[in-house]
Design a binder for this molecule. Structure first.
Ligand code: ADP
Ligand code: MG
Length: 328
């Protein structure tokens, strides 16, 4: 197995929450229907993601840590579409450069699984590879994040803040992917365990995260026009708060941040909101990936759109029409 000689620090890994996000996205890409997230000390000591997805065959398990080793671009024409969405095969390479990583995996095609242990890429330590018994799926443990980059470690915030960031990621994904079973174990305590049996379990999940009142005042939305589909949930104006915490945005099911999109939504509510009030929203925008540039930041959270103005106006109009039709 070839590891990058000088590993430049991928911006992908900024903090424990970015590791959690990348690993969850990999599990989703692998078609998992059950995803467990285990963390210790706000992810600084341990982040482990266990899924029942496709798993990897031995050979792929080894190469998954190489930079730009992605299994997700199969055709040249995919490049244009997928590349911009960050399927760049960077996450595992970057994570394994700054933490102790253990990968356990088995694909349905093989009867025996693979264990890869990576301890210190900078010291040129060769990864330890062995065959193990393992169920189909993948488990990745990331221990002692930034153990070899003291400056980064020092810049992490308190456990409380880093935990909150992870929590927001788990919240967002478990609200969007309701057909998946999510388990979240924090310092050995099971914080949540959502079954994925009932796809309509949004209200239970929203109650869990935001309380009964909020759950009673969110309204499902699903609107389509020639350019995009907006689906998800909007809070009634009366439930708006003074924080922007309860705003979740996805584009093509990827968690993103977009100030202009958030602003368009708030503008859609218009004068139904009080001064400096923010509504709850959880919206997934489906649109042609060619119209999105996700490479604005390597962590892939911040996106830019090709006709930003146009999209802004469309979203504002859709939300405005919808919110005015709510009974509140
Ligand atoms: P990318 O997701 O951009 O392809 P990553 O570095 O995140 O790059 O992952 C590298 C490769 O490792 C993936 O393309 C995939 O083939 C494999 N992989 C990573 N995580 C999983 C997982 N949970 N289940 C199956 N395969 C995985
Ligand atoms: Mg990935």
């Amino acid at each position: 197995m070839r590891l990058p000689k000088s590993v430049e620090m991928g911006e992908v890994v900024q903090r424990p929450a970015s590791v959690v996000k990348e690993l969850i996205e990999n599990s989703l890409d692998a078609g998992a229907t059950r995803i467990s997230i285990v963390i210790k000390d706000a992810g600084k000591t341990l982040i482990q993601i266990v899924d029942n997805g496709s798993g990897m065959i031995h050979e792929d398990a080894l190469s998954s840590f190489e930079r730009f080793a992605t299994s997700k671009i199969k055709h040249v024409e995919d490049l244009e579409v997928l590349h911009t969405f960050g399927f760049r095969g960077e996450a595992l390479a970057s994570i394994s450069a700054v933490a102790h990583v253990e990968l356990r995996t088995r694909s349905a095609e093989e009867s025996i699984g693979t264990l890869v242990e990576i301890n210190d890429v900078f010291q040129q330590n060769a990864p330890k590879i062995s065959r193990i018994q393992y169920e189909q799926g993948t488990s990745i443990s990331v221990r002692n994040l930034f153990f070899n980059v003291p400056a980064r470690r020092k810049f992490l915030k308190t456990d409380q803040t880093e935990f909150k960031r992870i929590y927001e990621i788990v919240k967002a994904f478990s609200l969007l992917h309701r057909d998946i079973q999510w388990v979240f174990i924090v310092d050995e305590r099971e914080l949540l365990n959502f079954d994925g049996i009932n796809e309509d379990n949004f209200i239970n999940r929203i109650e869990f995260f935001l309380g009964k009142n909020m759950a009673a005042s969110v309204v499902p939305i699903s609107e389509t026009n020639d350019f995009l589909t907006v689906s998800g949930f909007l809070g009634k104006p009366a439930m708006s708060k003074r924080t922007k915490n309860d705003q979740l945005l996805f584009v093509n099911s990827r968690l993103i941040e977009s100030n202009s999109l958030s602003f368009a939504i708030v503008q859609g509510y218009g004068d139904l909101l009080g001064d400096r009030e923010y509504p709850f929203f959880m919206l997934n925008f489906k649109l042609n990936p060619k119209k999105i540039d996700v490479n604005v930041h390597p962590s892939k959270m911040e996106v830019k759109f090709e006709d930003e103005r146009n999209i802004f106006n469309m979203v504002k109009a859709i939300i405005s029409r919808f919110v005015r039709g709510m009974d509140f």
